[in-house]
Write a protein that binds this ligand. Sequence first.
Ligand code: ATP
Ligand code: MG
Length: 550
Amino acid sequence: MENPSASSNFIKNIVMEDLKSGKVDYILTRFPPEPNGYLHIGHAKSICLNFELADEFNGKTNLRFDDTNPVKEDTEYVEAIKEDVAWLGFEWDGLFFASNYFEEMYNRAVLLIKKGLAFVDDQSADEIRNTRGTLTQPGQNSPHRDRTVEENLDLFERMRKGEFKDGEKVLRAKIDMSSPNINLRDPVIYRIAHVTHHNTGDKWCIYPMYAFAHPLEDAIEGVTHSICTLEFEDQRPFYDWVVSECEMEHQPKQYEFARLNITNTVMSKRFLKQLVDENIVDGWDDPRMPTISGLRRKGYTPESIRNFVRETGVAKSYSVADERMLEYFIREDLKLKAPRTMAVLRPLKVVITNYPEDQVEMLDAEINPENPDMGVRQIPFSREIYIEQDDFMENPPNKYFRLFPGNEVRLKNAYFIKCNDFIKDAEGNVVEIHCTYDPETKSGSGFTGRKVKGTIHWVDAKHALPAEFHLFEPLILDEEKGDSDNFMEHINPNSLEIVHGFVEPNMKEAQPQDKFQLFRHGYFNIDPKLTKGDKLVYNRIVSLKSSFEL
Ligand code: ATP
Ligand code: MG
């Protein structure tokens, strides 16, 4: 089994020190997705980090929906997120919604007003932005900054009652317009939005801003270590200001790590949503998507994803992981688990002219040579079989060891066959090969009479089941363009290739999400959405070989 605690990271060291020094006497982390899209593999990194960290120190982890922006949020996303976290193998302790804390957040904002630390501003969003200053220049105080406490309390209450239109007023923290940290220049903490919320309906028409809400959520739940990605580093002083000035009983601490990026991969919900909305892909769970549901549908296992994100480490500086590293981990995981089978993706018929017309024999084949305990399967063999089109060449180059006129090859698990003739259609395409087989050469018979250089796979023409194969290439062509705004210009037009071929008849029993190693083609997953009735659809998870080594 995997051992999550084997490797160390700087956040783990902080946790250990905090426990040792008595700064905390329990560990509570949280995974706080905003339900505005499906989870992607970057989120998986945060999920593993939070759950495994708590687990290691007998702590707990909450799943909390950070649903403070009603415009983009939806219950469909809430359900999908729960499914994905559970599928990854984690059990949350509390299941919470930030929106359930709206009343408490409102009361804390009122407390800030009473302390003279928040004020209602009538300026527009543009005016507020334009008076914020820059990195080198201080901002300007709002003309409404010196409103009395009474006036602010009255206006804030009337904001809540719905007396003002969207954008007409905001509540701002009153900190310091000349702070070198722009996040402390009187940040907006409440805004008006007359929008129905997926959880609270029409109860509220003012909503807390993320930077104000998040520390309160952590504090309310008693989170000890609030782990987020590096872009929130500059928010930390405001995080601390909020928990302290709102006089929260529990004072959580924020720690930042570098987000996961992967080559050739779009990894931002906004971009992923665009791919879905513009029908570039077949939904959030399209196997080309780096979403958890897409990776699951492609055939990735929870173990392979967990091992991958663990291997990428927990760092303080930006880096991009090689997508081939993810592929490495699924190969490793499936090597001993996935049954081997033969499938022909681009079929070419072969007639074995000296094989009796009505005869069918059953041949034994190992289910997984690397894991003999998996046993043996039986495959039918008769006079007509299919091989891959590119396993035959009329005029082969040097060192081509597969079928060509006059050459003999081994049929995997069966006999040697020799090509004697072939038939072409009117366009000159080879449509049928004629071979003879040698009964002496049966696989497993111990035949040593002569050797052949090529081994090819095949399926029996009469018994094989038709199947569709989906072969993938990266969705984004340029390695580095995955997360730039113009990623749409780098979409790979050939990211999905669909071919029609045949599989062994025992695939009749295969269930959606079953995984196989198709001899010479790679690891495949039975697509759970498109496989219906007699229709079998295989998604290629990964090919067999890679230049990538860990
Ligand atoms: P995106 O930028 O993709 O929309 P997000 O940060 O807005 O993601 P949230 O739902 O707010 O998405 O994220 C939930 C948690 O997952 C946050 O703690 C966030 O820091 C973390 N997270 C998001 N993306 C990554 C990533 N690429 N690597 C590691 N953690 C991530
Ligand atoms: Mg976000």
